[in-house]
Write a protein that binds this ligand. Structure first.
Ligand code: AMP
Ligand code: MN
Ligand code: MN
Ligand code: MN
Length: 276
């Protein structure tokens, strides 16, 4: 089983259309796949149809942006009903505000001497309402302000950097509820990416469990190998099921390609077991 349950298409901030991502997943040996665009289910039909045509297992997915303790946390909803109206309405309300935030990011960058960024970033998406920091990052790299998107985040767009704009996403309780009501399983995405103290992490995991959450990503392209071990231990301590996903966005971005992650540690329960 080569499960890759986290990646992005042009529907959010990926570089390839859903069917192209499906083809790449299949070519890389993925046998169970999920497209998890940010706050959007618009790619699900194409993704499922492409996966089925390739004989690859498919689970509908989404990655919801949440604000928790004044920081952004991502919750993956796995095996959701992509046609569920409550989930769709929730995601729509979460997406609202991206356009205005994009303008604020453009202004913040102009104030530090980088003009016309919003216009530049909009060239990297077909959907202005989905404007993301990733699109800004691609523009800034191509315009020569940095050599990689990760450098853009550490210099300009990450927390506390000049182009960082505070934004209020969905509430954790709402994201979990929308996912559950749509028949899906909520999964805390890439916990290693969050800049929390041990006390804050414990509070996040406890609250997630209280809300009915029971799974976290362990092996993800957003973790280092040390973090695979660290969050495997967290899964053991909390009794979480584990997920695995590349968080692939495009060629030459990110640490790993689709399907090219190490397996989960043998003793962990894969979140996908119940759907096999
Ligand atoms: P947004 O939802 O507009 O705040 O953009 C968040 C997206 O930026 C994430 O989904 C990642 O694709 C990307 N991102 C966040 N942090 C980094 C980083 N350090 N390096 C590269 N990409 C990042
Ligand atoms: Mn992204
Ligand atoms: Mn994420
Ligand atoms: Mn992601």
């Amino acid at each position: 089983m080569n499960a890759d349950l986290h990646c992005h298409s042009t529907v959010s901030d990926g570089q390839f259309a859903p069917a192209e991502v499906a083809a790449r997943a299949h070519a890389n040996g993925v046998t169970l796949w999920s497209l998890t665009d940010h706050d959007q289910l618009g790619g699900q039909r194409e993704a499922r149809a492409a996966a089925e045509a390739l004989g690859m297992g498919y689970l509908a997915g989404v990655e919801i942006s949440v604000t928790w303790a004044a920081r952004t946390v991502h919750i993956v909803g796995m095996n959701v009903d992509a046609e569920h109206e409550g989930l769709q309405r929730g995601l729509e309300s979460t997406r609202n505000g991206r356009a205005a935030r994009g303008e604020a990011i453009g202004e913040a960058l102009a104030a530090v001497g980088i003009p016309d960024c919003l216009k530049g970033a909009l060239r990297y998406t077909d959907d202005p309402d989905m404007i993301s920091r990733t699109h800004f990052a691609r523009y800034l790299v191509d315009a020569g302000y940095a050599t990689s998107t990760s450098e853009v985040f550490s210099r300009y767009l990450g927390d506390g950097k000049p182009g960082f704009v505070e934004h209020r996403w969905a509430k954790l309780a709402d994201a979990v509820k929308w996912i559950r009501e749509a028949g899906g399983e909520p999964i805390i995405a890439h916990p290693g990416r969050y800049d929390f103290t041990p006390v804050e992490f414990a509070a996040l995991f406890d609250e997630f469990i209280q809300l009915g959450g029971r799974a976290i990503e362990v092996v993800t392209g957003s973790h280092t190998p040390d973090q695979y071990r660290e969050y495997a231990d967290v899964a053991r301590r909390y009794g979480f099921e584990a997920s695995r996903g590349s968080d692939f966005h495009g060629a030459g971005e990110g640490r790993v390609d689709l399907g090219r992650l190490p397996p989960l540690p043998d003793d962990l329960t894969p979140v996908w077991e119940r759907w096999l």
